[in-house]
Design a protein around this ligand. Sequence first.
Ligand code: UT7
Length: 325
Amino acid sequence: MPIYSRILGTGSYLPPKTVRNDELAAQLALEGIETSDTWIVERTGIRERHFAAAGTGSVDLGEQAARAALQAAAVDPAQIDLVVVATSTPDMIFPSDAALLQARLGCPGGPAFDVQAVCAGFVYALSVADQFVRAGSVRNALVVGTEVFSQILDFSDRTTCVLFGDGAGAVVLGPSQEPGILASALHADGRQAGILRTPGCIRGGAVSGRPFLEMDGQAVFKQAVHVLESVAREVLEKGGRRASEVDWLVPHQANIRIMLHTARKLGIPPERVVQTVASHGNTSAASIPLALDSAVRGGQIRRGQTLLLEAVGGGLTWGASLLVY
Ligand code: UT7
């Protein structure tokens, strides 16, 4: 039985259309909604985001990211025994994005399912896949985070619509005798469901409840800074590493202030924090694999380095993963 699962390759995909803060502000101004590039940059660090074209779904974005990860890993789709997709914006209620993606890629008939843990979704999905690989029940796993949050944004709510973007990221995991994923820590507190949610659902053939993202930003901010530090410390302890041994913190890209605050608390300098929030915005479950792939392809993250991944999202859900890349 393998001792570890290890990332064999990473990939990502961003839809081509970018919207800069000033462009979004100009669009919102037409509806009488006031915002500015200065406010968005100062409060979040976001400068632009990508929006998928009408008709492009999370499976489309996920497929591009998955193909790039498979190529980087030199693994054929026929060798993928497990597909796990983290998303809160699936193409359909069912089948899952994972089943649709499995068919598109031509992977054989192993398990395929979605994990719904909102912005913590990728860390959840990675931990699930890691456990399948370490148990020896599958050999290679494809783990994808993919979102079209533009589809659930209320563009009359300036407190949320400026924050999110679309995109996808993916990794291929395989068995290894050398260290790979060292430890994971996952948590949820459903009592806090109300501070970040998209409450709408389908009832009797119609949408029931608001199908738009709602957030109490300050409440989420307070929780985020608390739980991200504690889960990072927990996973370091589980994995037997000190924060000073972490080469790269790869945080969920929601807000630069939260990312750098967590890093400071852990004693990790800002230059060891992968930062893509400025150009991606918050892409929910896609944000960590997008950041990871951009740092791998940019030559920042190298083989043998120790990475700490951490995220918090609706649920409330949060988690972290410590790994050797
Ligand atoms: O991905 C899942 C995890 N999500 C997060 O981690 C998000 C956590 N929360 C945050 O990142 C921050 O709370 C926000 C970026 C959402 C908001 O930043 P903030 O510093 O907490 O601002 P605030 O909500 O306290 O709002 C400050 C002011 C308010 O005006 P008043 O009441 O002071 O007059 C808002 O109405 O900014 C106003 N405001 C805006 N002004 C211009 C809110 N949104 C905007 C906007 N443009 N887009």
